[in-house]
Design a protein. Structure first.
Length: 126
């Protein structure tokens, strides 16, 4: 139960940002296809949800530290190095990630819901 509480207990602003991205991608798709048929609305939900889900997965990968080596190398090359080595940098990032919480959860949730709405619309309307 604590997993679900921790997963869904995020600030409303993060959910609004995820919904905004999903809506913007869906509207862009609809503008490009001139709002012609109902099938395009279904596609807009699916594409918007897919993009939002992929953004959430990238944030999840970053949360687990997969890009720490790249960001450490970039900070070392730019001359703004504040850490002794990569291990120290990874430990500080891990502490920071534990404090900020699961910022990927709203994006994954909104993406899955949007894709589910797309499937429901596809098999009920059309």
């Amino acid at each position: 139960m604590t997993f679900f509480y921790r997963f869904f207990k995020q600030p409303v602003v993060r959910y609004l940002i995820a919904c905004g991205i999903c809506l913007a991608v869906g509207l862009l798709y609809l503008f490009l296809h001139d709002f012609v048929t109902p099938l395009y609305y279904v596609d807009a939900f699916g594409i918007g949800g897919g993009v939002t889900f992929c953004i959430g997965m990238l944030i999840l990968v970053t949360y687990f530290g997969q890009f720490d080596t790249i960001s450490y190398t970039a900070s070392k090359m730019s001359g703004k190095q504040k850490y002794a080595d990569l291990v120290d940098y990874a430990e500080k990032r891990s502490e920071k990630n534990r404090k900020t919480g699961w910022s990927f959860a709203p994006f994954i949730t909104v993406g899955i819901v949007s894709v589910a709405v797309s499937f429901i619309l596809r098999f009920t309307i059309i």
